[in-house]
Design a protein around this ligand. Structure first.
Ligand code: PHE
Length: 452
């Protein structure tokens, strides 16, 4: 392979991997899932799942990507030539394709809300929120499609510029801004009168609320949030230089992702409680409830409301873009390296494919809402099918591959940098045990319970 690009340093690799992980999953899904599933107890299960199940999958993908320095399909072909494992390589081209289609639709909604917060503002007249109606917007035909198109085109611009001048540069600018924005909103949110009830909700667990499906949602959310089982972590790891310590990349990514999810939770929940609103509002929470809160609670000063709303939706757009480009890259790298396509051509191909499927996902809220697959709208079907099925099976296969198909020596060489990193050598035994036994059983149980 000639001139394959790499990330400038391990720090930048962590930034990019965290960019993939931190996305709508953290800022849109995590707060509403916490609200729907009982608060602090859900968060505790989520954290446990991150470290016990998600980290082994993440490290498996990192080990495979970093060892081969190839796209997902090429990596499988190199490590297990002539076997059916290359199908896992293909699965990780198909999964990000499906996720991207509906993800770009939600990315589009956030662009619309950013536009509204800049140019129209959210006002309350007679107790009603003006300037937005989430339900009527997403069920309309053209608005969401135009926004979905803009969002997808932004991804094309970034990804076609390449790993270093596109993806790396964009993450370098966006990720620090993202953290600054969310911390700003958090400070606003916790200083609202009545916010403490929301803080308590995030901190005081009530385990009586925990049921099997809630555990399964927490685990599923940790996989989704860390971008697992679909090859995006694998592809980014393949751009990490050989000499780097990949344990740092894996733990760094997990830590950033978790911290950001918690920051987003603490930015949203106190505001929700301060406004006396039901935390279990579901997927509309940040789009419907937050603009209302922002409009209501600018400490009586209108420009404060506007600034907070703009910052918030800017953060949502950044978070969505840094994740979406990682999915683009997983698919684009396959076409470039396996099918000898130019990067630009491959990116445009992925754009058309995901844009087209996305059209149907978008329309499934309105004109196509009667089309059902297994009783779900197309959007919900793509979401459920990928996060409950494709991501879990992908994750399961990655841990089985690293734990059972690869030689222990190979895993050791990657994990410890060939014995160079002393701490990694010390913990290798524990890691390998979790990788070989705990993770496959745990992920397997989750996979089966998703069906039941
Ligand atoms: N982790 C991303 C988020 O939290 C979503 C994602 C899933 C990104 C799979 C890449 C691959 O929004």
């Amino acid at each position: 392979m000639v001139n394959r690009e790499t990330f400038g340093s391990n720090k930048i690799a962590i930034l990019a991997m965290a960019g993939s992980a931190i996305g709508l999953g953290n800022i849109w899904r995590f707060p509403y899932m916490v609200g729907q599933n009982g608060g602090a107890a859900f968060i505790i299960i989520y954290i446990l799942s991150c470290f016990l199940l998600a980290v082994p999958i993440l490290m498996s993908e990192t080990i495979i990507g970093h060892r081969t320095h190839q796209n997902t399909f090429g990596a499988m072909k190199t490590l297990a030539p002539g076997t059916k494992w290359s199908l896992l390589g293909l699965l990780t081209v198909i999964s990000p394709f499906i996720i991207l289609s509906y993800y770009s639709v939600v990315g589009g909604w956030s662009i619309d809300f950013l536009y509204k917060s800049v140019f129209e503002g959210f006002k309350i007249t007679d107790g009603q929120l003006q300037g937005t109606s989430f339900g009527s917007f997403i069920s309309s035909t053209w608005g969401p499609i135009i926004c979905h198109t803009i969002f997808s085109l932004l991804c094309v611009v970034i990804v076609s510029a390449g790993v270093k001048s596109g993806i790396e540069k964009f993450n370098k600018i966006c990720m620090p801004m993202l953290f600054i924005l969310i911390i700003f909103i958090l400070i606003f949110s916790i200083s609202l009168p009545g916010a403490s009830a929301g803080i308590d909700y995030m901190l005081k667990p009530d385990f009586s609320k925990i049921t099997g499906p809630i555990v399964a949602s927490a685990v599923g959310q940790s996989f989704f949030s860390l971008s697992l089982g679909v090859g995006t972590i694998l592809i980014y790891s393949s751009y990490i230089k050989s000499k780097e310590n990949i344990l740092n990349s894996g733990i760094g990514t997990t830590a950033f992702d978790l911290i950001f999810a918690l920051l987003a939770g603490f930015a949203v929940m106190p505001a929700v409680f301060a406004a006396g609103i039901e935390p279990g509002a579901g997927p509309g929470l940040i789009f419907e409830t937050l603009p209302f809160i922002f409009a209501k609670m600018g400490f009586g000063i209108p420009w404060i409301s506007s600034v907070v709303a703009i910052f918030f939706f800017l953060a949502v757009v950044f978070a969505a873009l840094t994740s979406a480009i990682s999915m683009y890259e997983a698919i684009v790298a396959y076409f470039v390296e396996e099918k000898n396509m130019s990067r630009r051509k491959a990116t445009i191909l992925v754009f058309f494919g995901t844009w087209f499927l996305g059209l149907f996902c978008s329309l499934s809220f309105g004109p196509l809402s009667h089309l059902k697959i297994m009783n779900l709208s197309l959007f919900d079907f793509c979401d459920k099918f990928t996060s409950n099925f494709l991501m879990t099976i992908g994750g399961l296969l990655f841990v089985i591959f690293a734990g059972w198909k690869m030689k222990k020596q190979e895993v050791w060489e990657e994990f410890t940098g060939n014995g160079k990193y002393k701490l990694n050598c010390k913990i290798f035994g524990v890691f390998y045990f979790i990788l070989k036994f705990i993770a496959p059983i745990g992920v397997g149980v989750v996979f089966i319970s998703n069906f039941i």
